[in-house]
Design a binder for this molecule. Structure first.
Ligand code: UN1
Length: 484
């Protein structure tokens, strides 16, 4: 298996120690990556600082051109990269290709931003004075990304960070460094200058921590767990920090809903990506009247889902990312049983290779149970029941997270009440909790964090607003004072 390298200041760099990246379905090694250390982060920051000035001065449409080239290269390589996503991360092929597509989309979208990066102009309270805002790069930024969207999430951060003119130190998850490496190679090929993107692989303690604490890094963008997000908040000092953290996303199903449509959305939301999305539907909040009927369909379908190698067409559910993830799911299933919830299907880790777990549904879940409140990040659905919409919304909001939410109903009043009352960054009507599109903002409220990525808000995290006043009166004019 090959030894891969890190990319610092335009050079490929090794380290004293290496770690393995494996296929979670087979346990087979895909290669070895350097265990970066603080000194590598320091080297990367120096290289980024050096490259920053020229990069920031390049006209944004030209930077956008490089992103467009990256999108083209990704598109050309979509099949190969999709296979790599399936092999290294474990999601099934259609989703793996979707992961790459999401990266293509965001590079294209942000390429166009090179000709926008809008500020705004407005009036002044004084005569012969002009007022406007412009966007400035943040400077050297640290990007710390998870494994569950190993190409798409790095792309969500890299594309806006680059178009805004930042220089980057990028630390991908140690579960999917190969996807990150391939993405960086595409950026190099597309023409990103040396030092502008630096890739450092290795553990959070040796790479993530020095990135967050480095005095010359001006901004950190992180997607991952709430706990790491809290740690970053405490240690980043006064840096600009963007956080996309966990979810415990509910689907509410009203008694007037199209139950077939709802069942499809629930299965897709709960067990797609083996439940490993921060937008996964981990709670079904269902009207008492239709509960039995809906659950029957869901359980039937969940039981039929085929576990297996994600690269194979017949597979519905791939493995979990690693042993710890599998153990976490097993632990929560035991907790659910002990808390008195009723397991309707699943609850099994098949023997043999790979970190597989069967799609699991718990009914008779109450709000105080841990499986109703905590993020499991696996194929486990907790079912709660209600008798009226107000109760359903209360249940939906009774968790600390607030990323995505959904309601199935044919009644427009219910739909709009849900839009108004659900505490989440995203609300879907008659559709599952997953599947955001890159030209709309994505992010949460409450313990999910408050950052917005993608869409027109996606550049806020990676740029600073500068307010500019131009006084062409030729005399000293005092705001608030010379106004009468
Ligand atoms: C995530 O799980 O961190 O809406 C992101 C979705 C995807 C993004 C998920 N487009 O499910």
């Amino acid at each position: 298996m090959p030894n891969y390298k890190m990319y610092i200041g335009g050079k490929w760099v090794g380290a004293d120690e290496y770690f393995e990246t494996i296929n979670p379905a087979t346990g087979k090694s895909l290669g070895r990556f350097p265990k970066g250390k603080e000194k590598h982060v320091n080297m990367a920051v120096d290289a980024a600082e050096k490259a920053f000035g020229k990069w920031a001065e390049m006209p944004p449409p030209k930077r956008g051109g490089i992103l467009r080239k990256a999108a083209d290269l990704l598109r050309k390589d979509k099949q190969r990269l999709g296979k790599l996503v399936a092999n290294e991360m474990g999601k099934v092929m259609p989703e793996a290709l979707g992961d790459v597509q999401e990266a293509i989309d965001i590079f294209e979208y942000m390429a166009g931003e090179g000709r926008r990066l809008f500020g705004h102009t407005t009036t002044s309270e004084l005569k012969d004075k002009f007022a406007m805002t412009v966007r400035m790069p943040v400077g050297v930024m640290g990007l710390v990304t998870p494994w569950n969207f190993p190409i798409a999430i790095p792309a969500w951060k890299l594309a806006p960070a680059l178009v805004c003119g930042n220089a980057i130190v990028f630390k991908p998850s140690s579960d999917t460094p190969l996807c990150a490496y391939e993405l960086v190679k595409i950026l190099i090929k597309a023409g990103v200058p040396k030092g502008v993107v630096n890739l450092i692989t290795g553990p959070a303690s040796d790479v993530g921590k020095p990135i967050v604490e480095h005095p010359k890094i001006r901004g950190v963008s992180f997607t991952g767990s709430k706990y790491t997000g809290e740690w970053i908040t405490e240690h980043a000092g006064l840096k600009k920090v963007g956080l996309e953290l966990g979810g415990k996303n509910p689907i509410i199903v009203m008694d007037d809903a199209d139950l077939e449509l709802a069942a499809e959305g629930i299965i897709w939301g709960a067990f797609g990506t083996t439940g490993q999305r921060c937008t996964a539907a981990s709670r079904l909040i269902v009207h008492r009247k239709i509960k039995n009927k809906l659950l029957k369909t869901i359980v039937e379908r969940a039981k039929k889902m085929k576990l297996g190698n994600p690269a194979q067409k017949s597979t519905d559910v791939g493995p979990l990312i690693n042993r710890q993830a599998l153990e976490k799911v097993q632990k929560y299933v035991e907790i659910g049983k002990k808390e008195g919830a009723r397991m309707l299907c699943g609850g099994r880790a098949p023997s043999g290779k790979g970190f597989f777990y069967t799609p699991t549904v718990f009914s008779q879940v109450s709000q105080d149970m841990r499986i109703a409140r905590e993020e499991i990040f696996g194929p486990v659905l907790s079912v709660l029941e209600f008798t009226n919409l107000r109760e359903a919304i209360e249940m939906a909001n009774a968790v600390e997270y607030g990323l995505s939410s959904s309601i199935y109903t044919k009644d427009v009043h219910n739909a709009f009440r849900a839009i108004e009352k659900l505490e989440s960054g995203l609300t879907y009507i008659n559709s599952s909790t997953i599947g955001s599109e890159v030209h709309l903002p994505f992010g949460g409220v409450k313990s999910t964090g408050h950052t917005r990525e993608a869409g027109i808000r996606g550049i806020d995290e990676f740029s600073n607003i500068k307010t500019v006043y131009v006084d062409y009166s030729g005399k000293l004019q005092k705001a608030q004072i010379d106004v009468d």
